[in-house]
Ligand binder design. Structure first.
Ligand SMILES: NC(=O)c1ccc[n+]([C@@H]2O[C@H](COP(=O)([O-])OP(=O)(O)OC[C@H]3O[C@@H](n4cnc5c(N)ncnc54)[C@H](OP(=O)(O)O)[C@@H]3O)[C@@H](O)[C@H]2O)c1
Length: 211
């Protein structure tokens, strides 16, 4: 069987934990990047003792795929600081702009790609999945949950689709990086519907159903 791509995850919050555990369970090498790796003992305990928690640069260097899981307000500075290295990777942007949505109609992931610069291979994914759902990729109806993903690089899109399948979810292709603006807008709606329909448990997920 082909070796699974190595993954660097920038951040050590809820989504880093959820994604990291999923990818480690699926057999990927995962390195987490933290601003203060020496303070992350609790995270280390939560994610598993085989986990590596390094600085951001070391986590980027270690991954063939790099997942940005920092708050949206910190994405631009992170992308700028590590642009040269990120340009050589497939970058998955999971971050949600909410009120900081670019007002020119661009998606958050387009902004990330433009900061990384010429040659950036950025895919928007996992924006519309609550962290708590990664424990159960199959929902209460018995079907795998869906992960929306969008981007401009065909080969990178296929790699990300395979990553999504590998952790038990169904990849749903949602178009170009420009079209990922729809995913940005789905997130506030998702939180609202999760609250009004499902008591804000953050266990719901989107599904497109056949007619
Ligand atoms: N929570 C969800 O269900 C969910 C779902 C989909 C997408 N998202 C998106 O995923 C991203 C992460 O969400 P999260 O819930 O995992 O957030 P979180 O728990 O707050 O974690 C964010 C991580 O980013 C790093 N970071 C870097 N710069 C930071 C700064 N200036 N302030 C705070 N943290 C900073 C921190 O890691 P270090 O301290 O180790 O550097 C921190 O652990 C967000 O952009 C969010 O919109 C979240």
């Amino acid at each position: 069987m082909a070796r699974k791509p190595r993954i660097g995850i920038l951040g050590t919050g809820n989504m880093a934990l959820a994604l990291g555990k999923s990818f480690m369970a699926a057999g990927h090498f995962v390195a987490f990047g933290s601003r203060r790796p020496e303070t992350k003992n609790d995270f280390h305990d939560s994610v598993g003792h085989e986990s590596r928690i390094w600085g951001y640069q070391a986590a980027i260097d270690a991954g063939e795929i790099v997942i940005i899981t920092v708050p949206y307000k910190d994405v631009a500075a992170t992308a700028r600081k590590f642009a040269e290295s990120l340009r050589t990777k497939i970058v998955i942007d999971i971050t949600n702009p909410f009120a900081a949505q670019p007002n020119n109609g661009d998606s958050g992931a387009q902004v990330t790609a433009s900061i990384i610069g010429e040659g950036a291979r950025v895919i928007a994914a996992f924006k519309t999945n609550f962290a708590a759902t990664f424990e159960n990729p199959v929902d209460s109806t018995g079907k795998p949950r869906e992960v929306h993903y969008a981007g401009d690089d065909e080969a990178a899109m296929e790699v990300v689709a395979e990553l999504i399948r590998g952790i038990g979810f169904t990849p749903i292709e949602c178009g170009t990086l420009a079209e990922a603006v729809a995913l940005d807008h789905m997130v506030p709606l998702m939180i609202r519907l999760d609250t009004t329909e499902h008591s804000a448990q953050h266990l719901s997920s989107w599904r497109i159903t056949p007619g």
